[in-house]
Design a protein around this ligand. Structure first.
Ligand SMILES: [Zn+2]
Length: 472
C-alpha cells in the first residue's frame, strides 16, 4: 500500500492549515485549522471536510493558532474520536482559545442573525459550540519537546520548538509501511531567532533522515525589519496619534502577538519613551492566555525568565498603564471613550471578535489610527484596511475608511525569506527528495521556490488544495 500526502488547507494561502497523511490504511492529520476569507466560502470550507472525520485516527497539531487548531471541534462534532498530539503549552492554549473561538462564533452568529431578521433573511448557525470544545479537549494528549513517541499505523513523531508562539512545534514523522520507510518533516509556522519571550527555533532535520519536507512560505519573498526595531517602529506613529488625541486600534492575535506587543510597550514605558496614555488589551482571552504564558516558563528564552524572576513592577506581561479588559460591558464602554488611548484587540485579521466593534467605532474618523502588525490574508477586513480601501464593510455595513493606517513589518513571528532559505538549506539539497511549500500566498511561495531552486533543490512543489503526492 502506498504512503501518501494530501494537501487540504493552507495550500496557496495562509489559513486553514490541514495536511492528510495516509499510511497502512490509517489516516493522520497534520493540523486542523480554520480557513479565513470571504464569509460564505469560509463557512462552507470549515463545515465540510473532504474526508470522513471518523476515519482519522490521529491529529498532530503544530501549534495553537486558530488557523492551525481552530477546526478541531468541528472534526470532533462530525465523528473524530482519535488522539490529538501536541506540546504541553499548545494544549493549555487550546483549552482557552477553542472555548473563546466557540464563544466568538456563537456571539457573531447571534449578531448577524439579529441583523438578518430585520431584513427577513435566515438565521445563522455557529460553526461549533462550547459543548463541541468540551468534547475535544479530553482527546488532546500533550508530550515533551524532543521526545519521540508512537502514533498509530507504524509511525513515530517528534516535536521541536518552532520559536513562533508559545508551545509551537515543528514536526518530524517517521513512517513505515511494510518494507518502506520514510522521513517526513513539517515546519509548522516557523519563528525567528531573537523574538521576544520565546526560545529560538530548533532545526527539525537533526536526528532523522528527511525525505520530504512540508515548509511554510508566509514570507517566502519578503524581508522583515529588525526585531530590535519593534519599539522604535511603534513609538513614532503612537506619538503622532496621541498628539492628536486619537484612538489607536491594533488588531492582534490574542496569543503571541498580544503578549509580544505588551512586552515591547512595557519596554517603552520602562524607558519613559511612551507618553502617559492608557493602554487596553481587550480580549476575554488575553487574561487567560497571559496566565498560560506564566505556566509555561519551559518555553521562554533566558531574558524573559530573568525578568519574570524580578519583582512585580517588572512584570513583562503587564505595566501600570495597562488594563486587561475582561467583560463585554467594559469593552463596549471603550466605544464612547474619548482619545487618546490605545486598544489591542483580536482577531488579528479583523474577521471576528471585539476588534471588529472597535474598528466600526473608529475608522470613519480621520483623527484615529489603525496599526497593522500582523499578516492579513486575502479578502479579510484586515487586508482591506492594509490596502487602504476608501470604504470597508463591517458587519455588512459600509464604513468610510478615514482613519490613518500604519503597517509595521518588524513584528512578524514568522521566518522571513532569508530565515526560510537558511533553514531549508540545512537539510541539504542532495538529501531532500521533495519539498512542498504551503502556508503562503502563491506569489510568496513562488519566490521561495525560485530561491530554493537557485540553491540546488530540484523538486520544490507548490501544491494546490486537494493535490496528492506519494511519500517515497
Ligand atoms: Zn501561527
Amino acid at each position: 500500500m502506498d504512503m501518501t500526502l494530501q494537501f487540504q488547507g493552507a495550500a496557496r494561502t495562509v489559513t486553514g492549515s490541514m495536511h492528510v497523511v495516509r499510511i497502512n490504511g490509517t489516516t493522520l492529520l497534520l493540523d486542523c485549522g480554520t480557513f479565513h476569507g470571504r464569509r460564505e466560502e469560509a463557512r462552507q470550507r470549515n463545515s465540510a471536510f473532504p474526508f470522513d472525520p471518523a476515519s482519522v485516527s490521529a491529529v498532530v497539531l503544530s501549534h495553537a493558532h486558530i488557523d492551525h487548531s481552530g477546526n478541531l471541534p468541528t472534526l470532533v462534532r462530525q465523528g473524530f474520536r482519535g488522539t490529538i498530539y501536541c506540546t504541553h503549552a499548545t494544549k493549555s492554549l487550546c483549552e482557552v482559545m477553542l472555548k473563546d473561538s466557540a464563544y466568538i462564533q456563537e456571539r457573531d452568529a447571534e449578531f448577524i442573525t439579529t441583523r438578518h431578521r430585520r431584513r427577513g433573511l435566515p438565521a445563522v448557525e455557529p460553526l461549533y459550540t462550547e459543548e463541541d470544545v468540551n468534547a475535544t479537549i479530553p482527546l488532546m494528549r500533550s508530550v515533551d519537546y524532543s521526545r519521540t513517541f508512537e502514533l498509530t499505523g507504524g509511525a513515530t513523531c517528534r516535536f521541536e520548538d518552532a520559536g513562533h508562539i508559545l508551545g509551537s512545534a515543528s514536526v518530524a514523522l517517521h513512517l513505515k509501511d511494510g518494507s518502506k520507510e520514510t522521513g517526513l518533516a513539517f515546519t509548522g509556522d516557523l519563528g525567528r531567532t531573537g523574538l521576544p519571550i520565546l526560545r529560538d527555533p530548533v532545526f527539525i532535520g537533526d536526528g532523522q533522515d528527511t525525505d520530504t519536507l512540508i515548509c511554510e512560505s508566509t514570507y517566502g519573498g519578503r524581508f522583515h525589519a529588525r526585531i530590535e526595531d519593534m519599539g522604535k517602529q511603534l513609538l513614532e506613529p503612537l506619538r503622532r496619534a496621541f498628539d492628536r488625541k486619537a484612538k489607536v486600534v491594533i488588531p492582534a492575535f490574542s496569543v503571541g502577538r498580544t503578549q509580544e506587543l505588551v512586552y515591547v510597550l512595557h519596554g517603552l514605558v520602562t524607558r519613559g519613551d511612551l507618553p502617559a496614555v492608557p493602554v487596553f488589551v481587550d480580549s476575554p482571552l488575553s487574561v487567560n492566555v497571559t496566565k498560560v504564558f506564566r505556566q509555561h516558563p519551559e518555553c521562554f528564552d533566558a531574558e524573559t525568565r530573568a525578568i519574570l524572576q524580578a519583582p512585580e513592577a517588572n512584570d513583562p506581561f503587564g505595566f501600570s498603564r495597562l488594563t486587561y479588559v475582561g467583560s463585554r460591558e467594559e469593552s463596549v464602554a471603550l466605544n464612547d471613550r474619548p482619545g487618546p488611548f490605545l486598544v489591542i484587540s483580536a482577531s488579528g485579521m479583523c474577521e471576528a471578535g471585539r476588534v471588529v466593534h472597535h474598528l466600526s467605532h473608529s475608522v470613519t474618523d480621520p483623527r484615529n489610527m489603525v496599526i497593522i502588525v500582523g499578516y492579513q490574508a486575502e479578502n479579510t477586513l484586515g487586508k482591506k484596511i492594509v490596502m487602504k480601501e476608501p470604504e470597508v464593510n463591517i458587519f455588512g455595513e459600509p464604513h468610510a475608511l478615514k482613519a490613518e493606517v500604519v503597517v509595521l513589518n518588524s513584528f512578524s513571528s514568522h521566518a522571513d525569506r532569508n530565515d526560510l532559505l537558511a533553514y531549508v538549506r540545512r537539510f541539504g539539497a542532495s538529501r531532500l527528495k521533495n519539498i512542498y511549500l504551503v502556508h503562503g500566498d502563491l506569489d510568496q511561495a513562488e519566490k521561495l521556490r525560485d530561491g530554493l531552486v537557485e540553491s540546488g533543490f530540484r523538486r520544490v512543489h507548490i501544491p494546490a488544495r486537494g493535490d496528492t503526492a506519494p511519500l517515497v
